[in-house]
Design a protein around this ligand. Structure first.
Ligand code: HEM
Length: 466
């Protein structure tokens, strides 16, 4: 019988392989990592990671090192894409390997792994996205279904779409959920996915407000949950997993849709307080195109180019999801000669892209005119990626686009939004500051909103929603 290979020989073989093959390969790969702030031994960029205004700090680093930035935390590589080009090249064109999500720790702690936003790339994600998309398609997001929700804008729209629940008082549990969600999504400063609060278990609470009961008593109004329950009734059998999927998709619709819509509305009102000249211009257009006998409708959208510019500028000036929702790269791949390692968390710095000076002149200014064709404007393009990228693009994009546009147009036609005045008659000017977490929201500010005319006030009172 031949003697076994001695251990020392195996070790020598392994060490030679490591030294001559694996090490040079690793070194080559590491040499080609994208540029970024210098890393410290063992801890990488841990001490430099921003504690606040993360998208702005990343943008500053990108200006120094380049639009594809590499950062490292112990055991975690991070890639920040600060240009539309890089984000489209990787997250859109290579979406097959860039559509995973990093693990959100709190999803797991709460046992809330069915939430679409945090699902890993795979079959379950495809099923959940299909459930969302079949209800939130371009067609289903036509106005009729949610026009009556204008009274409570963001929360009203989302709760009605998801569960058919109509908000009727300030004590409504959904309004409480929405405020708590805002706290966890916006106030938790730092890098999304890297904070202690990654998300919020809305679906568990949502499921307690049971659409099922109302359905049995015949009181349920049309909603996503109702449509899914109706469909499930046609199936041969419904498993526990199907029930979980329904809770997960409904919960993620609320969590992802409510704070973002609210933030867009809040940014719009802030912009109108700070820029009365833009408000006036939009109101002149509305008066000229639709007159004062009615409120705007969806069919008017194309005839209101300046209102469109205001709408688009709100999303560019203060994007609601400033760093996108982080993607995770599933395979090593080379981009412009740089190695993007498998497992990297990939941030699309939407805020950074909106500040791109090559595309937007005076990018920090709120200037709807920038989109108007020359000579009246500067002919700059609308920001195309407010709803994210590739296979993880926002499933609520059509609903959000329609509901937020009609909300802006109605507010402009119906109300004058001005500075608040304090008890001594001094005008209060908001500082325009924003909080940055996974979502971004204006810090608390004061304003005054009044109906433009007595006739409009009557029209508003007559609308179903009021
Ligand atoms: C102002 C309104 C909104 C904005 C700016 C917005 C923006 C975004 C962005 C940037 C993403 C990340 C996409 C990516 O990973 O590349 C996202 C994801 C998502 N959004 Fe929205 N969104 C809005 C409203 C809504 C609404 C109304 C809903 C649902 C009714 C919704 C549902 C979702 C879901 C479920 C995801 C996760 C998709 C996935 O992980 O595959 N969003 N949204």
């Amino acid at each position: 019988m031949s003697s076994p290979i001695p251990i020392w020989l195996l070790f020598v073989l392994w060490a030679s392989c490591f030294y001559f093959v694996a090490l040079p390969r690793r070194r080559r790969a590491f040499r080609r990592l994208p540029p970024g702030p210098p890393r410290e031994l063992f801890i990488g960029n841990l001490r430099q990671m921003p504690k606040e205004k993360t998208p702005l700090v990343f943008h500053e680093w990108a200006r120094k090192y380049g639009d594809v930035l590499y950062l490292e935390l112990p055991g975690q590589s991070i890639v920040v894409l600060d240009s539309l080009q890089a984000a489209e090249d990787l997250l859109d064109k290579r979406s097959v390997i860039y559509s995973d999500r990093p693990k959100f720790r709190l999803f797991e702690l709460f046992g809330w792994t069915s939430s679409l936003t945090g699902l890993p790339y795979g079959k379950k994600l495809a099923k959940h996205r299909q459930m969302h998309q079949s209800y939130l398609s371009r067609q289903n997001s036509e106005p009729a279904g949610y026009e009556t929700c204008l009274n409570r804008f963001a929360t009203g729209i989302i709760t009605q779409i998801v569960s058919g629940h109509k908000i009727e008082s300030e004590d409504d549990p959904y309004l409480r959920i929405s405020k708590m969600a805002l706290e966890s999504l916006v106030r938790a400063e730092g890098t999304p996915g890297g904070t202690t609060i990654d998300f919020f278990p809305v679906s568990a609470i949502l499921s307690t407000l049971s659409v099922k009961d109302k359905r049995h008593s015949g009181d349920a109004t049309p909603s996503f949950i109702l449509s899914q329950l109706d469909e499930m009734e046609t199936w041969d059998s419904v498993t526990e997993q199907d029930e979980e999927d329904l809770k997960g998709t409904a919960g993620s619709m609320f969590a992802a849709g409510e704070s973002t819509t609210w933030s867009a509305l809040s940014v719009f009102v802030l912009a109108m307080v700070l820029h009365p000249e833009c408000q006036l211009k939009a109101q002149e257009e509305l008066d000229r195109v639709i007159g004062s006998a009615r409120l705007p409708e969806f069919a008017d959208r194309e005839s209101l180019p300046y209102v469109e510019c205001v709408y688009q500028e709100v999303f560019r000036w203060a994007p609601g999801v400033p760093l996108g929702v982080p993607h995770r790269c599933m395979e090593d791949n080379i981009y412009r000669g740089m190695m993007i390692p498998a497992g990297s968390i990939v941030y699309a710095n939407i805020k950074g892209m909106c500040l791109d000076e090559n595309t937007y002149s005076t990018p920090t200014a709120f200037s709807p005119e920038r989109y108007l064709p020359k000579p009246n404007g500067r002919g700059e393009p609308y920001f195309p990626a407010k709803f994210g990228f590739g296979r993880r693009i926002c499933t609520g994009q059509y609903l959000a686009d329609n509901s937020i546009w009609i909300a802006f147009a109605t507010l402009l036609a119906a109300c004058t939004i001005t500075n608040a005045v304090d008890a001594d008659g001094n005008v209060i000017v908001p500082d325009g500051s924003m909080s940055y977490g996974l979502m971004s929201h204006p810090n608390e500010y004061q304003c005054a909103v009044k109906p433009r005319t007595a006739q409009i006030e009557r029209m508003l009172m007559d609308r179903d929603a009021f």
